[in-house]
Design a protein around this ligand. Structure first.
Ligand code: 3EB
Length: 348
């Protein structure tokens, strides 16, 4: 099966025939993981847990996030590859590398009295020096989680402090900043340290904006002293497929939050943002992301568990099977945002 897909794709674009497999992501119950990996001849790159137990027999980075699952059986986000894996570990850092892709985690505990911007800047500087050391200089996708995201300290909302520290490190260390910024997610956990996981490549990926939205890195200063450093989506490709990493997408049009207090309408506005992004990404990739053969996974972050039924109701216009979507309870970076959706689509 894999073999025949490869051949089809090589005919389409022979210049890419030497590139390796893209990482695969699946939402799996803990008890399914080992047999799933065996059947797919895959090795785990990283596992993200939202409260489920993860046996320590997995050799890859494992990140536990305090983001309660709101529906269905508890599942893990399992990233894997059919390539061989090499793992790395350092204080607060772990990663696994396969072929052209590095998947890693950075975890930093906030010390009492230390501002979130200082912790964030340090985490991003550590991340960048690891990318340089391991020779995966191109960031493809990044996820950021920390508690009390809407809390205030030293006159700044903690999310704004986070943006400030992230901006300091990235503006200094990321070549091509801000156009080389990858798709991002930033969500508030119930508890825990600053937790970051990321995918990086030996080759650059393509970063996209959303035609309905201002680039987050060009937001006006009303939202904080430094703008959020992320792209709306990132494209990477192998010989056979393209992958579209969709950043956390919310009810933001232009740069303004829409439908304050209305979870159903915010969800519909978010879906509208996704519907505009998809054809834009298809044009850029020359691949289909909305066809019947493409595979899509979404994480839906809901601020208030009481809004889950409204959110699910609105999502009926965007049909997804239960193995394609995780509903997680998390706080979002503007107080008025009630729902945010991120995605990963592999083209047909
Ligand atoms: C927004 O559009 C919503 O700071 O990394 C979404 C995804 C949001 C990522 C980030 C913020 C981030 O501005 C918030």
């Amino acid at each position: 099966m894999r073999q025949s897909q490869t051949q089809t794709a090589s005919r389409k674009d022979p210049s890419l025939s030497a590139s390796p497999a893209l990482p695969h992501c699946a939402f799996l119950e803990t008890a399914q993981v080992s047999s799933w990996l065996k059947t797919h001849h895959a090795n785990p790159l990283a596992i993200v847990s939202f409260g489920s137990h993860v046996p320590d027999t997995f050799p890859c980075p494992v990140m536990h996030l305090d983001l309660p699952e709101l529906a269905g059986p508890s599942r893990l986000e399992v990233w894997s590859t059919t390539d061989q894996i090499k793992t790395y570990r350092d204080e607060g850092f772990s990663a696994s590398a396969s072929g052209h892709v590095l998947f890693g985690t950075v975890t930093l505990i906030e010390q009492p009295g230390q501002p979130i911007e200082t912790v964030t800047e340090r985490a991003y500087r550590q991340l960048f020096s690891s990318l340089q050391d391991l020779s995966f200089p191109h960031l493809w996708r990044i996820w950021n989680y920390f508690p009390d995201i809407n809390g205030f300290a030293d006159g700044l909302e903690r999310y704004q402090g986070f943006c400030l520290g992230r901006h300091r490190a990235l503006a200094d260390m990321l070549p091509g900043f801000p156009h080389s910024l990858p798709a991002g997610t930033a969500v508030g956990t119930r508890s825990g340290p600053l937790q970051i996981y990321f995918m990086a490549g030996t080759l650059p990926a393509t970063h996209l904006g959303n035609p309905r939205q201002v680039h987050a890195y060009e937001y006006p200063q009303d939202y904080g002293p430094r703008s959020p450093s992320f792209a709306r989506a990132t494209l990477s490709r192998s010989e056979a497929h393209s992958q579209l990493y969709i950043a956390g997408t919310a009810s933001v049009v232009g740069h303004t939050s829409q439908h304050v207090g209305l979870p159903r309408k915010q969800t519909l506005e978010t879906i509208q943002n996704l519907k505009v992004l998809l054809p834009h990404a298809e044009d850029a990739a020359h691949r289909h992301f909305s066809g019947p053969q493409s595979e899509a996974l979404y994480k839906v972050y809901v601020r208030d568990a009481a809004h889950l039924s409204d959110v699910r109701e609105a999502l009926r216009s965007f049909p997804l099977s239960s193995n394609q979507v995780l509903f997680l309870q998390g706080a979002l970076c503007r107080k008025e945002l009630l729902v945010e959706i991120e995605g990963l689509i592999t083209s047909d």
